[in-house]
Structure formats: structure tokens, C-alpha cells
Design a binder for this molecule. Structure first.
Ligand SMILES: [Zn+2]
Length: 91
């Protein structure tokens, strides 16, 4: 039986995180915010935040980020919660 090892990476983030306007964002209702926000795919959210997709999924799993599914069942991340999460890291 093979054991798969997952190496946790130490991820340093800038204290002030400026979210650029990038492609793939779409407006949508976020239940977590209770408001209309911008939503984006996990891959794009990870790239913009400078995190691996795995790290991003862990944040989703922890409930640190808001998300919803689109019509095709893809996970869309609430950009609002992503900015809040990144900006409060390390404080
Ligand atoms: Zn939200």
C-alpha cells in the first residue's frame, strides 16, 4: 500500500493584499456576505492570491472563504472573502 504524503507548505503572504481586476470574475450573490459580490474560479483565485489550489481548497474547507457552485457544478470563490482572508493573515 502506497502512502501519499502531503507536504504542507509555509506560505508567506503580503500583509496588504491588493486584488487586481482580472479576467474570469463575474458578479453573483454570495450567501456568506449576504450581498452581490464578485465570484471567480478556484484556479484563478489561487493564482491571484499566490496560493496553490490545494491551499485554497483548504481555506474553503475551513470555512474561511465563501463559495457557491455555478450551473455546471464548478466551485466559485467569493472574491470579497478572499481579500478579507488574505489581508487578515499574519496579523
Ligand atoms: Zn462572500
Amino acid at each position: 500500500m502506497k502512502t501519499r504524503r502531503i507536504t504542507k507548505l509555509m506560505i508567506e503572504t503580503e500583509r496588504t493584499f491588493i486584488f487586481r481586476n482580472f479576467g474570469g470574475q463575474r458578479p453573483g450573490w454570495c450567501v456568506g456576505c449576504g450581498a452581490e459580490t464578485q465570484l471567480t474560479t478556484v484556479a484563478e483565485a489561487a493564482r491571484e492570491a499566490g496560493l496553490s489550489e490545494l491551499a485554497l481548497y483548504e481555506l474553503l474547507d475551513d470555512g474561511a472563504l465563501h463559495f457557491r457552485e455555478d450551473e455546471e457544478g464548478r466551485v466559485l470563490v467569493c472574491v470579497n472573502s478572499l481579500i478579507t482572508e488574505i489581508n487578515t493573515k499574519g496579523e
